[in-house]
Design a protein around this ligand. Structure first.
Ligand SMILES: Nc1ncnc2c1ncn2[C@@H]1O[C@H](COP(=O)(O)OP(=O)(O)OP(=O)(O)O)[C@@H](O)[C@H]1O
Length: 249
């Protein structure tokens, strides 16, 4: 599904502030895999995700998604297959617009040019039905502005919007870092269910080792722009939570 072949990224090449952020990573992620990536600050996690999303281009190597080479494709041309959720709950949605308007925008994002989507009753009912699966009671508040919701509620809705329509790959970059523990749990559970129900291929970056232990079916440790450990589902199941803490000394 996602083939990352010998990928490198250097920032500020040839200058005194040169940084070798990613130093030759090979990763082959199968369809339906939920990969969790951990690693110290500056180990290249976000740069790797940026290259998969297309917001950063590698200096060397290539990326193939669903059989097509996307290495030189900008992020907006990958957005029909790739959805991304960031740390800040505010970044994924428009605060002044209602929940239903945000869903409409999300639906338009992946439709072919010229195809309009009205907010008719069918669309509203579809959205209500989807939102009700979150179990947060937000299905009766679809006319409420997004800005009036809590960070956790917004992040759960952002996730739901991201995976609508043709999305095949979900990239989660510390999606719960700004949330309180309870909201973080709701968002992670939502992510897990959506990944399963929509049969998505997913990559989660997290500093929360409990989440890294609990979620996903593959676990990767990054260090110095390289993959230092790569545990498959079986190895991850055999891992003890303390072993994971030991990775960080
Ligand atoms: N646009 C950029 N310009 C220059 N240096 C950059 C840029 N983006 C990232 N870096 C550097 O590349 C290295 C890897 O950064 P990256 O954000 O990928 O690490 P990370 O593992 O995601 O870190 P964190 O856990 O702190 O988010 C760091 O030294 C960072 O300062």
């Amino acid at each position: 599904m996602i083939d990352i072949n010998n990928i490198h990224k250097t920032f500020n090449t040839g200058r005194s502030n040169q940084v070798n952020a990613v130093n030759g990573i090979d990763l082959h992620i199968k369809s339906g895999e939920f990969v969790v990536i951990v690693g110290s600050n500056g180990s290249g996690k976000t740069t790797l995700l940026d290259m998969v999303a297309g917001s950063v281009f590698p200096n060397q190597g290539n990326i193939v998604i669903n059989g097509g080479d996307v290495t030189k494709l900008p992020d907006y041309r990958r957005s029909q297959w790739i959805a991304r959720v960031f740390q800040n709950p505010v970044s994924g949605t428009a605060s002044d617009l209602s929940i239903i308007d945000n869903f409409r925008l999300a639906a338009i994002r992946t439709r072919p040019k010229g195809l309009t989507i009205g907010i008719n009753d069918t669309f509203k009912n579809q959205v209500r039905e989807k939102i009700s699966t979150l179990g947060l009671g937000l299905e009766n508040k679809i006319e409420q502005p997004m800005g009036t919701l809590s960070g956790g509620q917004r992040q759960a809705l952002t996730l739901l919007m991201s995976v609508m329509d043709s999305c095949k790959v979900l990239l989660l970059d510390e999606p719960t870092a700004a949330l309180d523990p309870r909201s973080a749990q709701v968002v992670m559970k939502t992510a897990e269910e959506l990944i399963r129900d929509y049969r998505l291929t997913a990559i989660l970056i997290t500093h929360n080792l409990k989440d890294a232990y609990t979620y996903g079916n593959r676990l990767i440790l990054m260090g110095e722009g390289l993959v230092m450990k790569d545990l498959d589902a079986q190895q991850k199941t055999a891992l003890k939570q303390n072993d994971l803490f030991d990775w960080f000394g």
